[in-house]
Design a binder for this molecule. Structure first.
Ligand SMILES: [Zn+2]
Length: 685
């Protein structure tokens, strides 16, 4: 779990939330009154107590929390609140005080900036590089986030969007100036104008929507009136939207942000507000038809303060990561001068950066990865396998007349001529050439793509057909040793740690009925019918790079799990997840069926890709590989269920049991069609 705490410090209330960055949600909240004005030490002590309270509720320690972020009213610079009128603070070292009380790193920001940060990182701006948030409330607040960083000016005063003058010499604003956006477009201003027009138009339909009582007018009243085609309401809203569109257009013309999002109670009006607003904005702001700032409503309502504050640590963490990467990069012997280093792809397991270097006028790119030691316990063994196999692939591709710079990954050596670099914290890093003009896909988008991936993994077997696989290190021992997995299953049954055995009797019998089957591949290996090969062990689609133009597979990546194994295992695993009509956790078993057409497609591609590199008896065992991987996987889910869900991450009760049943249904289906599966092998040999 990756926990952090977000604190929404307001003039009235203090709300503290424990945030889980994996599930992107607030998992616990506690709050108390602010009782402002009050000394920072005293407020900080209350915040610290609430931080402990949310951790207790989640049964964790405060020390398990990576950092605490606080959104506070007022002007903030670094760790200091320069001034916050409604708290009564001036030049208070708030960050230091709270950090010393909690022993956690503390990050603080202005509350409107924090709310904008929530939208930029997890909300409507998550897929874009820049966002400006505008909150229409009692006043008009805002925040500017550019490339993942809050822009608060050199002195902390920036993004006071509400006090942008849109009408010189206009209405008086709370700040003492005239004509500020806030004086026209806050919810308060809208209510004031609504009341003024109602007094001028005693026949206005708006009177009906507040029961004839002007004190009950709120931000919705004018919208309700406009929907009823009321003249006075239309005048109020037209003027409101005119002014707001001027403010937004000014922001667009200065910043051209990817997204402007509107928050606060009025954003609940949705299209009633957005449609006329966007229409007006598009007419008076700069931009191209195909590339215009999107104006949308905020995603987070009341949670924006806590979530945004909780994410403040990300800014600093990212920066620390980048500094680290710069040092690491300087230890590799690559060509060119570093121009930039940026996070790359969605490397869920290894942290990945893209390094761009200048080389006499042109540029070269490299991929820098830190190996996740929690997942890969023996990074040294992993890198030995990696280096040997990629070097072999390089030679093999050259012999076949291919392009070794595109068809395999190529390691960049360190300045000490090593295959990887170990930093001062004992972390392992590797650098490979970036494969230019390539793309990858997360999901199979067409049957052709599934076929192409089969060709790619078949070809992987072909290129490595002469590799002495027994020389590779088993980084995860007995990974696909099904009889060994069967023994683990029997142990789980015997121990029945969680007293779940009685409810899975049928499933246990199903597995036990396959005791002899479990031996099939190991026996074939012992009898010399199934050679040891280099296996990839993670044959999903996004581990293949495709050529950007031709759409054809060029290179197999993610070689962290290469080990000695059987080709039929790589094949079988692909069939297990690719030739089924349902997802792995589908609970309606009537939807889980073996898709023999996808099987045939993959079989054809795999055999073609292998191009004679596999033996006859090995190819004959491909269907058994499909059955075996499905069996083994289902058995592992069941074993984990009996052991109390300790290995596979679950998202609901009995998730592992559901997955096991799903795999067993798929296996039964395959077993019924085994003769057809075998016949198809004959067809393509
Ligand atoms: Zn103002």
């Amino acid at each position: 779990m990756n926990y952090c705490i977000g604190v929404d410090l307001g003039g009235t209330n203090i709300a503290v939330g424990l945030v889980d960055r994996d599930s992107k949600s607030i998992v616990q909240t506690k709050s108390c009154k602010t009782n402002a004005p009050r000394a920072c030490e005293s407020v900080s002590a209350d915040i610290a107590e609430l931080c402990h309270a949310v951790c207790r509720a989640q049964k964790i320690e405060l020390s398990d929390v990576d950092w605490i972020g606080v959104g506070t009213p007022g002007i903030v610079k670094g760790e200091t609140v320069i001034s916050a009128h409604n708290l009564g603070w001036r030049d208070v070292p708030f960050g230091k005080i709270l950090s010393s009380l909690t022993s956690r790193p503390v990050h603080i920001a202005n509350d409107a900036n924090a709310a904008a940060f929530a939208e930029a990182v997890w909300g409507v701006g998550r897929n874009y590089s820049s966002l400006i948030a505008i909150t229409l409330g009692t006043g008009v607040g805002g925040g500017v986030v550019i490339n993942g960083k809050i822009w608060d000016g050199f002195n902390g005063f920036a993004a006071e969007i509400g006090h942008m003058v849109i009408f010189e010499g206009g209405r008086e604003c709370g700040c003492g100036n005239r004509g500020c956006l806030e004086a026209y477009c806050s919810a308060t201003a809208l209510v004031r104008e609504t009341k003024r027009m109602m007094n001028l138009y005693p026949d206005s339909a708006m009177w009906r929507f507040c029961g004839g009582d002007i004190n009950r007018v709120n931000g919705k009243t004018a919208f309700l009136g406009k929907a009823a085609d009321d003249y006075a309401a239309r005048v109020v809203l037209d003027s409101f939207i005119d002014h707001l569109s001027v403010g937004i257009s000014n922001l667009i013309n200065v910043f051209q942000p990817s997204v402007i999002c509107i928050g606060g109670g009025l954003s609940r009006e949705g299209d009633n507000l957005l449609v006329p607003l966007c229409d007006r904005v598009s007419r008076i702001s700069f931009g191209l038809k195909q590339g215009r700032t999107k104006v949308v409503c905020a995603q987070f309502k009341n949670d924006a303060g806590i979530i945004g504050a909780s994410l403040l640590g990300l800014q600093q963490k990212e920066r620390a990561n980048m500094r680290k990467s710069e040092i690491v990069v300087s230890n590799f012997n690559f060509e060119g001068e570093v121009e930039k280093i940026e996070p790359h792809g969605n490397g869920h397991i290894n942290r990945t950066n893209l390094v761009t270097a200048r080389v006499n006028g042109g540029e070269r790119r490299y991929v820098l990865q830190r190996i996740n030691k929690t997942v890969f316990r023996d990074p040294e063994a992993l890198m030995k396998n990696y280096a040997k196999v990629t070097a072999f692939l390089h030679r093999s591709i050259v012999e076949n007349g291919g392009d070794p710079n595109r068809e395999t990954l190529n390691l960049v050596k360190t300045i000490d001529d090593k295959d990887y670099y170990i930093d001062d914290e004992g972390e392992y890093w590797r650098m490979v050439d970036y494969v230019v003009d390539s793309v990858s896909y997360d999901k199979v988008e067409s049957p052709e793509q599934f076929y192409d991936s089969a060709v790619a993994f078949g070809n992987f077997q072909y290129l490595l057909r002469d590799y002495p696989a027994e020389e590779l290190i088993e980084t995860i021992p007995n990974f696909h040793n099904t009889p060994d997995r069967y023994e683990q299953f029997l142990r789980a049954v015997a121990e029945d740690k969680c007293s779940r055995l009685s409810e899975v009797k049928d499933e246990v019998e199903f597995v036990k009925a396959h005791r002899e089957f479990a031996e099939t591949l190991e026996r074939a290996h012992k009898e010399g019918r199934l050679p040891l090969r280099v296996t990839h062990n993670d044959t999903k689609l996004n581990n293949i790079l495709f050529d950007k133009d031709s759409g054809k597979p060029i290179c197999i990546i993610d070689l962290d799990t290469i080990m000695p194994g059987y080709s039929v295992n790589d094949f079988g695993d692909s069939i297990r997840f690719g030739a089924t009509t349902a997802l792995e956790d589908e609970t309606d078993l009537s939807k889980v069926n073996f898709d023999i057409e996808f099987y045939e497609l993959y079989l054809k591609g795999f055999i073609e890709g292998a191009n004679g590199g596999l033996t006859k008896s090995e190819i004959e065992l491909l269907p058994i590989g499909a059955l075996m991987m499905t069996f083994e996987c289902g058995m592992r889910f069941l074993t984990d269920y009996l052991n109390g869900d300790v290995y596979f991450k679950i998202h609901r009760e009995k998730h592992n049991l559901d997955r096991a049943r799903n795999q067993f249904k798929l296996l039964s289906d395959m077993e019924k069609r085994l003769d057809e599966m075998k016949a198809l092998v004959e067809k393509y040999v």
